[in-house]
Design a protein around this ligand. Structure first.
Ligand SMILES: *Cc1c(COP(=O)(O)O)cnc(C)c1O
Length: 431
């Protein structure tokens, strides 16, 4: 399988090259030259197959012969070694819980898969790579956990001091080993700017092979298809496929779902559930695509003003908006609606939503008001305990703390405090 750049000014590359590069040299995103279709027999057989077998079949063609089959199977198995249950909330609404992984957010799947692929590639070349990422919260933890102990990889994570939750900070700063957390005295935007500058700096490039682990990397993007297959495996009425509501920020997760549906997975329709950062819902209304400055919200992992992966959805449907609209609705939900929703679902269904899942639930309910016969699934992308302040305020009581969280809060934090300056990051990377 070859991947071309969406900007069309760089040569097509294989899965290995696309994983190591992240972004194409012309700054485009890599996209598969051909979408491998799934056979109807495969869909019928889902219920009888193990998650590992399903995931392996889905990803095999995308990787090609770059990784030997038995090693790829091992990578897939390690990637998804936790449960991904579909939980009934009411007759027509189901939650796909993606937060049972080590850092309790769905990003674990992509980070675990990518880290293991990268390790494999580097082991063949005896090269060392530095993974450099800025995080506003969830990405950092998933990357730290996914890459911890992987040979040949050093990880440097920049996070804004005092602006991530306590649990998130512990998940970034307590690994040690090949993981370094740089605690930046500044904002997430500062962190991101510093990382961007590092990728463009010739001197750093000579000294280190840098790669990014953000969601535009094909090795993080493609394995996200897995959980849509697991959802359909658990769906009770395959003749009437579900609407799937995806809480979206950078649109990587949603785009993976749409790729799976394009390949033949039965899905009635997708909903792009956005918070106040509504570039895509606005685009659908006005047919004008206008990135906007970020608006901070309580679902902060979705605070994105320029959704990086949306171009892949356009690519999938050849930039033909009516076709995209046939498959996708886009709905924006306010913080007020999100809070009301957390409270209501807790009181009426005794189910706890995190703010991101609440946006998806709320968007699904709005859709169902106009389409009462469509049953649906929303993706629960994070465990509510990761956002205790918001959730506890909504439900008016404290949450029970899982043992895993208690354990991580006890660990010793270790970070390197730095000013929000590229020169200081550069010194660190060269030193
Ligand atoms: C990253 C994240 C999202 C957004 O996912 P995208 O693939 O960027 O659209 C949603 N919910 C949570 C909890 C996240 O961490």
């Amino acid at each position: 399988m070859k991947y071309y750049s969406t900007n069309k000014h760089s040569p097509a590359v294989d899965f290995r090259e696309a994983t190591i590069r992240g972004l194409a040299p012309d700054r485009g995103l890599y996209f598969p030259e051909r979408i491998p279709l799934v056979k109807p027999e495969f869909i019928k057989a889902l219920k009888k197959m193990s998650n590992e077998e399903i995931a392996f079949q889905v990803i095999e063609e995308y990787v090609g012969n770059i990784i030997p089959r038995d090693h790829l199977f091992k990578i897939v198995k390690e990637t998804i070694e936790f449960e991904i249950p579909l939980v009934e909330i009411d007759d027509c609404t189901f939650s796909l819980e993606l937060f049972h992984g080590p850092t309790m957010a769905f990003k674990d799947v992509g980070a675990r898969f990518m880290s293991r692929c990268l390790s494999y590639f580097l082991s063949l070349e005896k090269r060392k790579v530095t993974v450099l990422v800025a995080t506003s919260g969830d990405t950092g933890g998933a990357v730290a956990d996914g890459f911890y102990g992987q040979p040949g990889i050093e990880v440097v994570i920049l996070y804004p001091s005092g602006k991530v939750s306590r649990v998130q900070e512990q998940q970034l700063t307590t690994y040690g080993g090949n993981i370094t957390a740089l605690e930046v005295n500044g904002s997430f935007d500062d962190c991101q700017q510093m990382v961007k500058s590092a990728f463009m700096d010739g001197v750093i490039k000579e000294k280190r092979l840098l790669t990014s682990a953000n969601s535009i990397n094909v090795a993080r993007w493609l394995p996200q298809q897995f959980y849509y297959y697991f959802a359909i495996k658990q769906w009770d009425d395959i003749g009437n496929p579900p609407v799937i509501s995806v809480p979206s920020g950078n649109f990587g997760n949603l785009c993976a779902g749409m790729l799976a549906a394009y390949a033949g997975l039965p899905v009635c329709k997708f909903i792009a559930a956005c918070n106040a950062n509504d570039v895509v819902p606005r685009y659908f209304q006005t047919e004008e695509y206008k990135p906007r400055p970020v608006i901070p919200t309580i679902s902060n992992a979705m605070d994105v003003g320029e959704p990086g992966n949306f171009i892949r959805i356009e690519e999938l449907y050849r930039h033909y908006l009516p076709e995209i609209r046939n498959n996708l609705e886009a709905i924006s939900i306010s913080d007020e609606e999100t809070r009301a929703c957390i409270k209501k679902v807790f009181n009426e269904q005794n189910y706890l939503l995190d703010p991101h899942a609440a946006v998806a639930y709320c968007a699904l309910k709005q859709y169902q008001e106009n389409n009462p016969d469509d049953r649906g699934i929303f993706l629960s992308t994070a465990h509510p305990i990761k956002f205790p302040d918001t959730v506890e305020e909504c439900i008016g009581q404290q949450m029970e703390m899982p043992d895993r969280v208690r354990d991580i809060l006890k660990k010793q934090k270790s970070s390197v405090k730095i000013a929000a300056s590229f020169d200081i990051l550069k010194d660190y990377l060269l030193g």
